[in-house]
Design a protein around this ligand. Sequence first.
Ligand SMILES: [Mg+2]
Length: 268
Amino acid sequence: MKMKLCLRKSICLLLLAASIPNVMAQEVAPKNDESQVKVYSILWQQTAAEYRALCYQAFNLASLRINDIPRRQLRKGNLAIVTDLDETILDNSYVGAQLIKENKQMNGAEWDRWTAASKVTALPGAVEFLKEAAKKGITIFYISNRETSAIQSTLIDLKRLGLPNADEAHCLFKSTTSSKEVRRNVVEKDYKIVMLMGDNLTDFSTAFEKNSIQDRFDKTDLDRKQWGDKFIVLPNCNYGEWENALYDYQRKTDAEKAQMRLNLLKGY
Ligand SMILES: [Mg+2]
């Protein structure tokens, strides 16, 4: 009898021991490792009051700049602010978070599912600043690399959030090229651009397109007087041209990306 009980106890312990690694493995080794790389940056965007403060700082600075514009210049009625949308005015961190929870990677279908849900929010201070600029008679143009076919669905959100100039004429979305220079030139035909806003340096100048990390540094230094003046930058440590530069603008496997990230870390 005693031996039978001992045997039963041992079997139970063995079964328990066998089940623990499986549960732990599920928790620590998700199917899609690459998506987990974004956990920290998305958490920063969603939970760090420091991120919130940086957004307010950017829009407060932008507000000071437009207050510096002389009235006679405003009266001409031809001044424009060109702004990007995603992670400059609109917070899309939710889609990244959802994909991590669902163990999926971003693709066109997932992006469409997110925008169709119409749950995007505005960055802290964004709506107030653009309304203030519009009230001064400055026209707002939204130059975004969302597809042109997404203008109507985006306008639903821009109107819901109360953004000024939320109509087709003021949305210059991507049709043929992701470079925004051509679209900035279209605005400049009739307007004087007094400010550019973006989270990605390509929102400001072609000089930043497809450049190496060092070139991006050098060109940022060349324009040092423009930052916080004509160029207002919003923080985005989640994605952007900086991330493409990490991988030399090439398609890489997840393992290659992980290695390239490690190689770029500067120790001392
Ligand atoms: Mg953006």
